[in-house]
Structures are given as structure tokens and as C-alpha cells.
Design a protein around this ligand. Structure first.
Ligand SMILES: [Zn+2]
Length: 250
């Protein structure tokens, strides 16, 4: 049997996440919302609103103040990761197991701190990826719901040494620059061969680009594909860990 997964991640906890949550609910799609407690650049959901979304979807850690971890001294990076997690756990009364690096930026130290804080996995912004990774703290995505030119996609992949992503971009995703088309290539590929279709988005960006209808069309396409398991990021991190434990026991 082939495993076909589809997962959505929503970054930054902007108040327009309520609209995304409503849309996900309408199509029965699971997602993980990565929410910082404050964000110097944008508004963030209130504690009540986080609880509301958290009653229906997974909430993941995104640091306390939405800061780039790799630019911080170790003690500050640690308190950002750790306190962001404990604040959310207090607010929701449940463990937080998934993490996402703000701005997708990380280094060796950030990976170790996120692991030490007790997260099971961490999402990056490494794109054009749709397989289970070797390291769950370097979890990639297939698509960012914001169109990027070919030059930018290739340049990013090279800077991040994401060679598999660069290869997939042309091979599997047909060099598509429109994010909706690119993600539909991911769904088609995984429908045929298995893997993980992972779309990450910022609701504020969908709003700014006027892409709500485009997003709904993608959700509709997901809902129509019955062979996919619709899961949260955390469910995939748990699955990775359980497979890994099993391998170690054998
Ligand atoms: Zn962010």
C-alpha cells in the first residue's frame, strides 16, 4: 500500500488565520498553525482566538517573539524556543510537539535547541520536497502559497543546498511558477507514487495577494482526492518517530 499524505501549515498566527481555519474546516482538511506569542511586524491572534483554532487544529511553536534563531546568542535563542512552547502549552492545556523556524532560518544550534525543548520535528521552508526526510528537524515542504520566479526558486535551493528540491522543481513540479499549479503537480505526483504534499502559507499573504479563491480551489482539489490521508504536521512527525523507533529495535 502506498502512503499518500497531504498536510497544510499556516505560519505567523495572523488574525486572518481565522478565515483560513474556516476554509480548512469547510473541506475537512487538517493543518498545523505555527503561532508566535508576539510578532514585531504583524498582529497576532489573541489567546482566545488561538484556543478557538486550537480546539480544531494543531498549534505549533514558532518562538515567543517571531525571531530568527540563528542570529541570536544561545541563551536568548533557548528562551525564545522554550518559552514560546510553554506559553502555548499553558494557553491550550496540551503538549506542543511541532515547531517551525521563523523565516525558515536555522543553523546547527537552532536544530539542537528545538530538539532539546522536546519538539518532535521542525518545519523549514526548503521547497519542492515531498518525501519523509532523514532528519525530522529539517522537514521540507512542496509548495509555498506565494508564487516565486524560477530564478528565485533555483537560487534559494542552491543557497540552502536543497539539491533534491532543485531537481524536483524541474522534474516533478515542471518548473511551475504559479503556486497553485505547482501544488497540483505535487498532488498528482503523490497520487501516483506516494509521499507528502505539503502546502505552507501565510494567511496575511493570501489576503494581500487576493488569493482566497485560489486557496479555496486548492482545498477543493484536496477534498476530491479520496486516496490521500489528510494529516497535521505533528501526525507526520509522530509517524516519522514511530517508524524510526521500529527500525532501531529491528
Ligand atoms: Zn513566521
Amino acid at each position: 500500500m502506498t502512503d499518500r499524505f497531504v498536510t497544510i501549515s499556516v505560519d505567523d498566527g495572523h488574525p486572518t488565520d481565522l478565515r483560513t481555519a474556516e476554509l480548512l474546516g469547510r473541506y475537512g482538511i487538517a493543518a498545523t498553525f505555527y503561532v508566535p506569542v508576539t510578532n514585531p511586524e504583524r498582529a497576532v491572534l489573541s489567546k482566545e482566538q488561538i484556543r478557538e483554532i486550537g480546539s480544531r487544529f494543531e498549534i505549533g511553536g514558532h518562538t515567543l517573539n517571531h525571531v530568527v534563531l540563528k542570529s541570536l546568542p544561545q541563551d536568548r535563542a533557548w528562551s525564545e524556543v522554550r518559552e514560546g512552547k510553554s506559553w502555548m502549552e499553558d494557553a491550550l492545556g496540551a503538549p506542543i510537539i511541532s515547531f517551525c523556524y521563523p523565516r525558515g532560518k536555522f543553523d546547527r544550534q537552532s536544530i539542537l535547541l528545538v530538539q532539546k525543548a522536546g519538539f518532535l520535528g521542525a518545519r523549514t521552508c526548503l521547497m519542492n520536497l515531498h518525501q519523509f526526510p532523514h532528519n525530522p528537524f529539517l522537514w521540507g515542504v512542496s509548495t509555498h502559497a506565494c508564487s516565486h520566479s524560477r530564478l528565485i526558486q533555483v537560487r534559494h535551493a542552491m543557497l540552502e543546498r536543497n539539491f533534491a528540491g532543485a531537481y524536483n522543481f524541474f522534474q516533478t513540479y515542471k518548473g511551475a511558477t504559479d503556486w497553485e499549479i505547482q501544488f497540483l503537480h505535487a498532488l498528482d505526483h503523490i497520487e501516483a507514487h506516494g509521499g507528502i504534499a505539503h502546502l505552507y502559507l501565510h494567511s496575511w499573504e493570501i489576503d494581500a495577494n487576493g488569493h482566497w479563491e485560489k486557496l479555496e480551489a486548492v482545498f477543493r482539489s484536496i477534498a476530491e482526492r479520496k486516496s490521500f490521508s489528510r494529516v497535521s504536521n505533528g501526525a507526520l512527525f509522530e509517524l516519522w518517530n514511530s517508524r524510526h523507533d521500529r527500525n532501531q529495535q529491528n
